[in-house]
Design a protein around this ligand. Structure first.
Ligand code: GLN
Length: 446
């Protein structure tokens, strides 16, 4: 009830929710009370949550913030959602986002933009902007977001909350509406690392319904929060402090790294030379996968369908013309071009080769250090409308988050102070399946 009241009090200013499931939440909370009384509770039983609208929820609209799926009601839960429900978490509603996860500011939602609770004239980041804004505004204790190139970490950093993008394959993608399948991951956005540990505990682990989900055992993440990081070798990649970053972001992140040193970490400067190619490489690979994944929205199988007098081809064309927003169309065109005969080798194949180099860069530095510390984004939350006319300027906001997805690594965004009164995020990056280590570094710092 407190969460529903809070949503009613703030969401007309923040617009973090596409759907609020108030009646269902009350019902689920009553069931949770019963479970607690019967001694059958987990730490998440009765804890309310928001779910990004890119994750399927049985019987509840899952729009992906697109006109294409505005009326779509799935008949099953995504695995991550189902696992949280099994633990007794209570669904408050579905989070606003950039259409199909494509964007960095939540301004690409087909319905309305979300506003940053710290300054409602500014964006909350994206694409999981509704999730980060809801947690930041107290309109959900935690949320599930998704991260293809930064969509958990960057909004978490812009809104001053903690976000974790797990190792690719750590959390099942079953029921996550696909954007770029080799990059997409589901993860928590919450107030701190201890909460993220509890949430990851319940959603991680193998799922036979996702062929890319990892079989590795899930460690006890809460037990890993020892508060001791003495002797930790922490690398600081020089390429992540390039020209053009806000001086306030640099100062806050540098101060956080000093603090980690004071807590016992041994700081080493390292180099990730292929960082400069990551943005170009991502914007070939992600749109290519997007163009294939979004081919399914043809007006026949599900979602919006344009019914006119013309033939099948016209129906398909009009469906996609009216159903998709401008950024989604741009990505589909970029991807279809990069994959087309004659250009495939020059663009897509080349990008895959560069992706291998990026992965190798990380593998080399992780021979020397246990984790990396860097900024999440070179900037803080920017004014609504500032970057909408210039896609490349929008893409640049994610320059420090994209490489992690190219390499499939886990990474976190941890609040580390302010620049001009707006939150700054410290990014912690680790080798594959080092979520327990990252959570402990974040917890020790917090
Ligand atoms: N901003 C990036 C993009 O638009 C990343 C989005 C995401 O992680 N879903 O593709």
């Amino acid at each position: 009830d407190a969460c529903l009241e809070r949503i009613a009090a703030v969401d007309d200013r923040i617009s973090a929710y596409i759907t609020v499931t108030a009646d269902l939440a009350r019902q689920q909370a009553t069931d949770a009370d019963r479970r607690i009384a019967a001694g059958d509770a987990s730490p998440l039983t009765g804890v309310p949550m928001q779910i990004k609208d890119l994750l399927c929820t049985n019987g509840i609209a899952t729009t992906c913030a697109s006109r294409m799926l505005a009326e779509y009601i799935p008949v099953y839960d995504a695995t991550a959602v189902a696992r949280l429900r099994e633990h007794g978490a209570v669904l408050l509603g579905k989070g606003n986002m950039d259409e199909f996860g494509m964007g960095s500011s939540t301004e690409n939602s087909a319905f309305f933009p979300t506003r940053n609770p710290w300054d409602t004239g500014r964006v909350p980041g994206g694409s999981s902007g509704g999730s980060a804004a809801a947690v930041s505004a107290g309109a959900a204790p935690f949320a599930l977001g998704t991260d293809t190139g930064g969509s958990i970490r960057q909004p978490a950093s812009f809104c001053g909350v903690t976000g974790l993008k797990p190792t690719y394959g750590r959390v099942s993608r079953y029921g996550l509406v696909a954007y770029a399948s080799s990059l997409d991951q589901v993860g928590p956005i919450a107030r701190d690392a201890a909460d993220c540990a509890l949430i990851l505990q319940s959603i991680a682990g193998h799922d036979s319904r996702d062929a890319t989900s990892l079989p590795d055992a899930v460690p006890d993440y809460s037990a890993a929060l020892t508060g001791d990081i003495s002797g930790l070798r922490l690398g600081v990649p020089s390429e992540y402090f390039a020209e053009g970053m806000d001086a306030g972001v640099r100062a806050a992140v540098t101060a956080a790294i000093d603090q980690l040193a004071a807590l016992g970490a041994e700081i080493r400067e390292v180099s990730l030379p292929t960082t400069q190619y990551a943005l170009a490489c991502y914007y070939i690979i992600a749109p290519s996968e997007c163009s294939a994944n979004l081919a399914r929205y043809d007006g026949v199988k599900y979602g919006y369908s344009h019914q006119g007098d013309g033939d099948m081809w016209e129906a398909m064309e009009r469906t996609r013309q009216h159903g998709f927003g401008p950024e989604v169309k741009r990505r589909i065109m970029l991807g279809a071009f990069a994959l087309s005969s004659g250009y495939y080798d020059a663009y897509y194949h080349k990008a895959q080769q560069v992706r291998t180099l990026i992965r190798q860069d990380f593998a080399h530095v992780f021979e020397e250090v246990d984790a990396l510390a860097a900024p999440v984004s070179p900037v803080v939350a920017f004014p609504i409308g500032e970057r909408t006319d210039d896609p490349v300027r929008m893409y640049l906001v994610d320059v420090y988050t994209l490489p992690v997805n190219m390499a499939g690594l886990p990474a976190m965004s941890v609040p580390c102070g302010f620049s001009n009164g707006l939150p700054v995020g410290l990014q912690l990056i680790g080798p594959h399946l080092s979520e327990d280590r990252l959570l402990n570094i974040a917890h020790t710092y917090q």
